[in-house]
Structures are given as C-alpha cells and as structure tokens.
Design a protein around this ligand. Structure first.
Ligand SMILES: *[C@@H]1O[C@H](CO)[C@@H](O)[C@H](O)[C@H]1NC(C)=O
Ligand SMILES: *[C@@H]1O[C@H](CO)[C@@H](O)[C@H](O)[C@H]1NC(C)=O
Ligand SMILES: *[C@@H]1O[C@H](CO)[C@@H](O)[C@H](O)[C@H]1NC(C)=O
Ligand SMILES: *[C@@H]1O[C@H](CO)[C@@H](O)[C@H](O)[C@H]1NC(C)=O
Ligand SMILES: *[C@@H]1O[C@H](CO)[C@@H](O)[C@H](O)[C@H]1NC(C)=O
Length: 895
C-alpha cells in the first residue's frame, strides 16, 4: 500500500481530496432494497444498493447509509465484475497495522460517524469501470428495546437519488403474538403514505414500502435528490402474567420479561437540576416547562424533592415531601422561577440529592435520583474520579441514578460512567425545540416502578447475561439470554423473584412453555446472547479500571470477533479492488462532538446538502433533464440487448404466443388470453363435466385488526384487476381452470395499446408490432419497468407499483398480483383497489351476521390463504358471497 498519494505532502493531500470527491451525477442507483427481519425483537437488516456507472470512464461510486446507533454492523460486501469483496472484522490494532495508510486518510472515506440522535452513518466508496455495475450489501443487527410499551424499528432511507426500483420489506415474527402495529416516521407522510402496505396476523406482520420514483420526491424531507427520512415500525407483543416469554434453540435461550398487570409502587424521586449560567436561554425555559409537566404527573402517594445548583445548592424543601396538590403547586412555582447563572458544582448537588432520599426511607417504595446538567463540574470538587467515588459511596447501591446530559458541552462519558456505577443509565438531551418533550419522555420511562430488586434465576442455565435489576418500570422490559447446560430443556427452569407493591413476588411456571425451535435450528438466539453479552461487557468495562477493565474488554473483543460485530473495540476492513484504498470502519463513540454539517442538519430535521453534495447542488435543476435522458439511453441499451435475446428465444422454443407449459397440470389449457372462451365450463380431461367447480378465494382486509372478509370467484374468469383511465392503464388477470389455483396470466395494457404479459414461468412477454415476444426477465422502458425475479415480478408504470407473486402449490405455479403503490387518482377501479372492509359484528344466538352499510349479512367463519404475501400465510376470515363482500355485482369486475 505504498502509494505515492499517501505521502502526505500538502499537494498530494489536496489532489486526493479533489479527485476523490465522487460526483453523484455520474452514476445511477438503479435498485435500492432494505430487507428487515425481526424475530423475537432481534432485527437483522440488509441494505442492498445496485449502482451503475453510466459514464464512459471509470468513476468513484459512493455507498452511504444510516443505521441505528444501537445496531452492530455484522457484514459488508461488494460485488463487482464477478468478484466479491468482503469486509473483515478485526481488532482495532490489527486493522491499524495493516492499513495505516488508509487510517491516515480515514477522515474522508470508509468511516462510520455519528449523526443526530439515533443514527450513525456508514460510508464507503469504490472505483467502478466505465459502464460497469457494483452491488453494495450491508447487514446490521440490533435488539429492539421496549420503551413506553412498544418497540420501534427505525429504518432510514436516503439513497441520494430517486431510485426506480426502491423497496423496503419488513417481516416481523413474534411467537407471543403481536398486539398492535403502526407505521410512522417522515416517510409515512404525504403522498408516500399510500406506498405503505401492512398485513398483520396473530404472530406475524409484513410491512412493505414501495414508493414510485416521483413519490420519492414528495415526503416531508424529500426533494429532487430523493428520499431522506425514516420509516418507523412500531409494535408490541402480547404479554401473559406468568414468568414471560422464553425461547430456546441450539443450546441458547432468550427470556423476555415484562409483566404489566402489577400495581405501581409509590416512588420517591429527587430532581437535581443544573441552573448554571450555561443553562441560560432556551435550555432553562425548556427545563422549567418539562419540570412543571413532570410535577403534574406525580401521584399523590409519591414523595419528591427538588434542588437546583450552580456553585451553591438551592432547596425547594430540605426534605422529601408528599406530592399533595399544595406541595406540587408550591414546587411548580419554584420551578417556574429557576434562574440560570453561576458555575457548576455537580459533586455537592448529587450528594445532597442522595442525602434527601436516604433521610426518608419508606417501606415498599422505589427511590430514584435524576440529575440534569449541561456541563462539566466547574466549582467545588472537580476531579471526575473523586466525584464518581463520592457519589458511589453516597448511593451505596440503594437506588438508581439517572443522568441527563443536556447538549454537547457535557462530558457524556463521565455521566454515563456515573449512572452505570449506580444502576442507572445516562441519556443525552438534544438541544432542539423538543428538548422539553425529550425530558418528559425520559421521565415517563421511569415514572411507574412495578418491581424492585428483581432477580432472574435459571436452573440449568449458564453464561447468563445480567440477571439482577434494581427496578423494573411499566412499559420497559427485562431481557436475559444465556446457554442451557447440555442443551437439556427438561431440567431448565426459569424463575423470577422480586419485590412488588404488595410485597415479595415469585414468578415461576411449574410447566414453563419454553418454546424450542430446535427442529429448525435458529442461530439468531445465539446472536441475541452474543449481542447482549458484548453490550453489557462494554458497559462494565466503562465502569471499571485497571486489569478488571482489561479483562472485560478482552472478553468483549473475543465475542465481537467471533460474531463479526463492529463494536468500539473492532473495526471492519474493506479490501477493495487493486488501486483503491482499503477502508477501515470504526464505530463512533456516543458523545463525540460531530463538527460534520450532516449531523447538524439531522438535528434540525431539515435536509441540507453535505459538503460532497454541495458541488452538485449548484446546477442541479439544470441537470435534472439531462439526467433523465442519460438514464433513457442506458435503459434503451438494455432493452436492445434483450430484444436480441427475444428473437433467439422465439425461434428456439417456438412458443411465442403463450406462457411456457408447466408440469403437473391437469389440463393443457395454454391459449393466449385473446382466444380464451370464458363461457366454457370446466371439463375433465375425459370430457365429462367437472362436478366441483374450482373457486378462487379472495380476501378483503380491514384497516383495524378485525377479521378480513373472504369470497370465492369461479375459475376460468377474466378479472378486471386495475383500471386507471388517466394513465391509460388496465391490468387484467386470467384465473386458472380446475384444479389449479390463482392466475395463469396477467395482462397489462397501457398507452397506445401496448401490451405486456406476465407468465408463471417468470418470463415477460411484450407485444412488438402486434406479435407477442418473450423479453426474458426484464423489461425496462420509459413507460414501464418490469423485473422478473425467482418468486415475483416487480412492475412500475407511472405512479402505480405492483408486485406479482409467483406461488407454487403442488408443483403448479400461478400468479397473484398485489398493488404496492395505489395511484391517488379517484377514478381508478378494479379488484386490486378495493377499499378496506368496514363492518360491525352482530351476534345472533348461534349465527354471526355482519352489518355492512346498514345491511345484515349472514357469514361463516372460514379461512383463506393470503397470496398477497410471498410467505402465503393462512388467515381466518368471514366468508360471504362475492356480491356481499364487494358490495357490487361480481360482473362489474369481469371482463
Ligand atoms: C429478506 O431476508 C430474509 C432473511 O434473510 C429472506 O428470507 C428473504 O428472502 C429476504 N427478502 C427479500 C425480498 O430479499
Ligand atoms: C467518452 O466521453 C467523452 C466525453 O465525455 C467523449 O468525448 C468520448 O468520445 C467518449 N468516448 C466514447 C468511446 O464514447
Ligand atoms: C402499565 O401500562 C399499561 C399500558 O402500557 C397500562 O394498561 C397499565 O395500567 C399500566 N400500569 C400501571 C400500574 O400504571
Ligand atoms: C434483593 O434480593 C436478593 C436476592 O433475592 C436479596 O439477597 C437481597 O437482600 C434483596 N435486597 C433488598 C434490598 O431487598
Ligand atoms: C461459557 O462461555 C465460555 C466462553 O465464554 C465457554 O468456554 C464455556 O464453555 C461456556 N459455558 C458453557 C456451559 O457452555
């Protein structure tokens, strides 16, 4: 790696900077997929970006994505020219030794940096030869944390360009059952809202987000450069009252414990608020506002204390008092008038808070100390180590200390260490217009203690993660993972003992439902264990010093390497093709001040061009048009290539006007839709009339979680799937004949009588001068993009995006279309755009009726396979006639 450029003369450095700034106009992100799978709250997300260099010379192509801070990157690969370049996780030292050159340049490329509140950025680039393509694939893993009674999976999408084939697929599998599911975030707003489809069964959920290219410019923070925002999947799982939810596989177990039907424990809470000069202005206003909210929320049987400090300490009251109306009002007046001036004596203030709490031990209550500060200690005791040791002595492990660091001037590591040493956590409060809500939100997480002194015990379990928790709050969750000795589930017995509002409690199950999935060994539980263990070892290392700290770090490092996690102790080295520098990717430390303008733009919630993008920005509007043209030239070239193969195909297989024959079909019925006689009744191969007409079952889903409706449509029917007059688009589906299920052909008619057909064999046909031709698996033109994959077609026409699944039942393949992007036009019609069902259940003695639009309809409980999802789950549904379900004649949908 002794490249001349690395001899960091000023000239060389400048040259590097100039030549390495990638110009995003030079390449085309033609596909961007985010695929997230969540099982037992453990999310594995894969981002795949496919990029083409459309210039006639080699170009540097950049891959830049944002991932949650809590996640560990576990895999990164690049595919180029038939080669795979895998990132390798190494110790920081190894990475450094081997790639000193790259590290010295490390600031400009191949770096993970912290951006905003919850995300960090992964960035790398590679040189791509003229007209070549590269695929980037990044995998990260994260255990979702329950807060405020829900889990949130945050997916950030910022591909840097509108992308024709953009999609987000989320699959959630929770054996305990999903109690609710919502989709939030900036990307669920405006026109993008109807690019989201979600399906929820008892235990599984699917969320799809397939915005069209034009929609990608129309969300709250999206623009000409495409989307920039979050999709947040919010959900919770069902809880039972017993010992909780335990899963075991491959010798590992994970235990989720979150009982909610317990009485609250009265609390003693002392607020220690920094009122030093630096808190002046908006910060102190927001603090006052949040405090007043919080005081209002105290329960009458809570006790509280409030002190403020600068170089001195100011008491509202010298002792803990009950949260009566009078006391709360008096405290609110005090809070309203907190000034901001002077220095910061954290030591004296926290010790005084602890004194107040300890002076009033109350039987059966839970004590909490909350410190809010925005700076380093500047008066009184200023040695950080001494403060930590004083505080530790004063708290004596009796209650947790929560430290809230306001803004970026605080020494966050100091606060974090002090919290962890005292069974609490530290949280950063971001200086922003919603700082008061952040404060309030944090308080609400600890506002309702349900248990104290929680001990999790596992007979037959070893190598456990943390098992003792001082307090358990409503809306949170305790997660413990470990190994099962000798993988012996029979003797494995979990038990929880704790103190509740009504005294000592023991949670145990004489017959614990340890769900073992050993039939399908699932290494994910092992990864959950590794993830938790590494996180906790790193936290422990932070609290300790000397050889003990080294021991913790050593253990964490071993596991990080074994499971290939990029943590604060490891780096990922990405070796690139000859001639490119290798990148070394580090995980940033929380609390590092980011002078990066990207970071500040996230905080203010607005999109600002980053330094790289600025150069492009100057002429972006002028370039937009030529972008499109260049894209077209590129795509036409592809089209041309396929046309060549079409003709080869056409003559070699000699079946150019219908879908290819399939095996196992009862009846060879492969005519082109134009020849189909829809009045013909299904007949058996021997000429006798079939007695059981084959029916195809359709589902109409509801918007809430009530049962969907289902109805049957006879076989050999030509259905109007979608009619979109303003786009001159119509999609027709041909239902197969007995005994086959599903559609045997999907026909798309659009502008100027162009016709495209999709076949169950995964091939696409297009009408060229009146004759149907196979076009292989891809069809890309200005009007339509259709991409055939193993199990689906992706089709985009104007503002419509459709997926056509290829399902297989008993060796017979059939099609099932689903709209992923509903056009906003009101005049559209068809089976694919039915409104969600709205009904009321009317129970009458033994039979159930549904009330739909003032009409009572007799129904029976039945089930249907939901073919609009690739996994084809079976859903329960209310069965009725097609007319009742559609609230129209079925004939309206038959062509
Ligand atoms: C998403 O990831 C899961 C798990 O790796 C995989 O089974 C599934 O096929 C992927 N889906 C897509 C659309 O790539
Ligand atoms: C490559 O592009 C340049 C202009 O960007 C042009 O002058 C040259 O002719 C092109 N070469 C080829 C082989 O197309
Ligand atoms: C705990 O939270 C749940 C909802 O998340 C609520 O129904 C329950 O009443 C809460 N328990 C207490 C003691 O506040
Ligand atoms: C907490 O529980 C442990 C074990 O169950 C017990 O030894 C300890 O005394 C308890 N502590 C308190 C403060 O109740
Ligand atoms: C616990 O983990 C260590 C490595 O961290 C391993 O050597 C040991 O075998 C594990 N214990 C059991 C019972 O599997």
């Amino acid at each position: 790696m002794g490249r001349a450029l690395m001899q960091t003369t000023l000239f060389g450095l400048l040259l590097t900077l100039v030549t390495s700034l990638p110009n995003k106009d030079d390449w085309d992100i033609y596909s961007f997929h985010i695929n997230s799978t969540v099982t037992s709250r453990y999310a594995t997300t894969v981002i795949t970006s496919r990029v083409a260099n459309r210039m006639n010379e080699s170009k540097e192509v950049e891959f830049q994505v944002r991932i949650p801070k809590n996640a560990f990157i576990s895999k990164f690969r690049m595919f180029m020219d038939g080669q795979v370049y895998d990132g390798v996780v190494k110790t920081k030292e190894q990475a450094q030794q081997q790639y000193t050159a790259a590290v010295s340049r490390g600031q400009s490329a191949g770096l993970v940096s912290s951006v905003g509140r919850t995300l960090e950025e992964f960035k790398t680039s590679v040189t791509v030869a003229a007209h070549k393509k590269v695929t980037f694939e990044l995998t990260y893993e994260e255990l979702l944390k329950r807060r405020h009674g829900k889990y949130e999976l945050q997916i950030h999408a910022r591909p840097m360009q509108p992308v024709s084939d953009f999609k987000v697929d989320v699959y959630i599998d929770e054996k305990a059952g999903i109690s609710f599911l919502e989709v939030k975030g900036g990307l669920s707003t405006k026109a993008l809202a109807n690019a989201i489809t979600k399906t929820l069964t008892d235990k599984q959920a699917w969320v799809y987000f397939y915005p069209t290219e034009s929609q990608q410019k129309t969300c709250d923070s999206c623009g000409e450069q495409g989307m920039n925002g979050d999709l947040v999947i919010v959900y919770d799982v069902n809880r039972d009252i017993s010992v909780g939810d335990i899963k075991a596989s491959g010798g590992y177990f994970v235990h989720h414990f979150a009982p909610s039907s317990l009485p609250r424990i009265p609390k003693n809470v002392v607020f220690v608020i920094d009122q030093s000069g630096s808190m002046g202005g908006r910060k102190i206003q927001q603090t006052r506002k949040a405090l007043i909210h919080i005081l209002n929320d105290l329960n009458e049987d809570d006790f509280f204390g409030l002190i403020t400090f600068d170089g001195d300490i100011f008491h509202w009251k010298r002792e803990l008092v009950q949260a009566t109306k009078t006391n709360v009002n008096s405290a609110k007046t005090f809070a309203q008038n907190i000034p901001a001036s002077g220095s910061t004596d954290i030591n004296a203030a926290v010790l005084e808070g602890a004194r107040i709490l300890k002076a009033h031990p109350r039987e059966g209550s839970a004590s909490i100390l909350i410190l809010l500060t925005d700076g380093d200690p500047t008066s009184g005791e200023r040695n950080l180590k001494t403060i930590q040791s004083n505080v530790r002595k004063a708290m004596a492990g009796k209650f947790p200390l929560y430290c809230l660091g306001f803004g970026f001037r605080v020494n966050f590591e100091f606060l974090e260490k002090m919290s962890l040493q005292n069974n609490g956590v530290a949280r950063r409060i971001y200086e922003d217009s919603d700082a008061d809500l952040q404060l309030k939100g944090f308080y609400e997480e600890v506002a309702t203690p349900l248990l104290t002194n929680v001990t999790m015990m596992y007979t037959g379990g070893t190598n456990l993660t943390q098992t003792h928790f001082t307090q358990y709050y409503n809306g949170s969750e305790i997660v413990v993972a470990g190994q099962i000795t000798d993988n012996d589930i029979e003797t494995f017995t979990p038990e929880v003992i704790a103190i509740s509002g009504t005294g000592s409690v023991r949670f145990s199950d004489t017959n614990p439902t340890v769900e073992s999935t050993d039939s399908v060994p699932d290494s994910r539980l092992q990864r959950v264990w590794a993830y938790l263990t590494v996180k906790q070892l790193l936290d422990k290392a932070l609290q300790l010093s000397g050889p003990e700290k080294d021991r913790m770090r050593e253990k964490a490092l071993k596991l990080s390497l074994k499971y290939s996690f990029v943590t604060s102790l490891t780096s990922m080295v990405v070796t690139k093709p000859e001639g490119d520098n290798s990148d070394v990717l580090h995980k940033p430390k929380e609390g590092q001040v980011q002078p990066n303008p990207v970071a500040t733009s996230r905080i203010s919630g607005q999109m600002q061009p980053n330094p790289v993008a600025t150069s492009r920005n100057s002429g972006s509007s002028a370039r937009a048009g030529s972008d499109g043209r260049r894209g077209t030239v590129f795509f036409l070239l592809i089209l041309f290539l396929y046309t060549v193969t079409i003709f080869i195909d056409r003559y070699s297989i000699k079946v150019h006007h219908m879908c290819k024959k399939q095996k196992n079909r009862a009846r060879a019925h492969y005519e082109d839709y134009g020849d189909l006689d829809i009045t013909a009744s299904p007949a058996s191969p021997h000429g006798t009339v079939a007695t059981v007409p084959v029916l195809h079952r359709f589902l109409i889903k509801t918007e809430n979680q009530s049962l969907p409706l289902c109805f049957d449509v006879p076989g050999d029917t030509r259905l109007k799937l979608l009619h979109h007059p303003s786009e001159e688009l119509s999609v027709i589906g041909l239902l197969d004949s007995p005994p086959n299920t599903g559609f045997k052909l999907i026909v798309i008619h659009f502008k100027n009588s162009q016709v495209v057909e999709l076949c169950p064999d995964g091939l696409i046909k297009q009408q060229v001068q009146g004759v149907m031709h196979y076009t292989g698996q891809n069809l890309v033109s200005t009007d339509i993009t259709a991409i055939g994959r193993d199990k689906e077609f992706d089709v985009a026409i104007g503002d419509t995006r459709m997926v056509v699944f290829i399902h297989e039942v008993d060796g017979n393949k059939f099609l099932w279309p689903v709209l992923r992007q509903k056009p906003s036009d009101n005049s559209i019609d068809g089976i694919l755009v039915l409104k969600p069902a709205v009904y009321e259940e009317v129970q009458q003695s033994s039979s159930t009726k549904l009330k739909i639009r003032d009409q009572e309809i007799g129904v029976t409980r039945s089930s249907a396979v939901d073919y609009t999802i690739s996994a084809a789950p079976t859903l329960d549904c209310w069965f009725m006639s097609a007319e009742s379900a559609l609230q129209r004649r079925l004939d309206d949908f038959i062509v």
